[in-house]
Design a protein around this ligand. Structure first.
Ligand SMILES: [Zn+2]
Length: 154
């Protein structure tokens, strides 16, 4: 069985503390917080772990990833920690993601404004397609700097 992480402090030192509404109740040894876990011992499929980490890498928030993939943001936080994922933040880019069916995806791609200046990454999630789009909030600084400097960032 996988030891559940405390939602408050993320400690994995929890002891069983009764059953509430059919769900195992735990008490965190670290901070004393009581919490229940719906699916004790059920590990999330690696497919969704990788997908969640991809989205995190692209700059989506834990809550957005939870909303899109249906895995708890606490799980995502734990995976980021477990795999020591560090991501440089891009303040000039705002990523947005949506789940579309195939017909919706076709309509989406026919609209040139969805692709202009941003582009999208499309991956499959269950029977839908996850469309990740980078919205440029401002002109990329790299292009501005190249004119006057001898930078070799490209
Ligand atoms: Zn705790």
């Amino acid at each position: 069985m996988t030891q559940p992480a405390c939602p408050k402090c993320e400690s994995k030192e929890a002891t069983k503390s009764g059953v509430v509404a059919g769900r195992q109740r735990f008490k965190c040894r670290n901070c004393g917080y009581h919490f229940t876990v719906a699916k004790v011992g059920r590990e999330v499929n690696t497919f969704y772990v990788v997908k969640a980490l991809q989205l995190y890498l692209e700059g989506l928030s834990y809550r957005e990833i939870e909303r899109l993939l249906g895995v708890s943001h606490v799980s995502v936080m734990n995976w980021v920690k477990k795999y020591a994922l560090q991501v440089p933040r891009q303040p000039q880019v705002s990523p947005t993601a949506r789940l579309l069916s195939q017909p919706e995806l076709q309509v989406y791609l026919l609209d040139p404004t969805h692709l202009a200046g941003a582009g999208v990454v499309i991956t499959a999630v269950a029977d839908k397609f996850l469309v990740l789009r980078w919205e440029l909030l401002q002109e990329p600084p790299l292009l501005k700097r190249r004119a006057g400097s001898a930078g070799t960032e490209l």
